[in-house]
Design a protein around this ligand. Structure first.
Ligand SMILES: [Zn+2]
Length: 155
């Protein structure tokens, strides 16, 4: 085992109690972890990141299937993913990224009904001791500090 790419666990942890969808509520309730709002989608920090700088891009609409988003949303989401990659790269100098989504509960999506793309910066050697520690996340920087760094590098 040599991977820390397991965003389903993060979804599970971040899933709110009850039936409230965090991706529906966060953009409208002044959530401090919102990084950028566009017309049809937004970017938000993951509160329980696997690496520092882990953020997500989601449409405002409560849609779970990538084929249910329209052309405008699709283009806006992918454009915002690229914008976030540039910002995180400038802010944190990662060596690479994991970018992707889990569609459906069987694929590991904790919040399966609301599509979201994970953007996880990676550094050489960041998995070296993770298997030993299991579910323990190693984050070397406070999320507020990371957020502010990304915001300063966001276009
Ligand atoms: Zn939703």
């Amino acid at each position: 085992m040599n991977t820390i790419w397991a965003p389903w666990r993060m979804d599970y942890v971040t899933q709110p109690k009850g039936n409230v969808c965090v991706f529906c509520t966060a953009p409208n309730n002044g959530d401090p972890f919102i990084l950028k709002k566009e017309k049809t989608c937004f970017a938000i920090m993951n509160r329980f990141p696997y690496t520092a700088g882990h953020c997500m891009v989601a449409p405002y609409r409560h849609i779970g299937d990538i084929n249910a988003i329209d052309e405008e949303e699709y283009f806006a989401i992918m454009t915002l993913v690229r914008t976030m990659v540039r910002a995180v790269r400038s802010a944190m100098n990662p060596h690479g990224f994991n970018i992707g989504c889990n569609m459906g509960s069987v694929a590991g999506a904790g919040i399966a009904d609301h599509l979201h793309i994970h953007i996880v910066p990676r550094w050489n050697g960041d998995t070296n001791f993770m298997p030993v520690l299991g579910d323990v996340h190693i984050i070397s920087e406070h999320i507020e500090k990371t957020k502010n760094k990304i915001l300063r590098n966001l276009e």
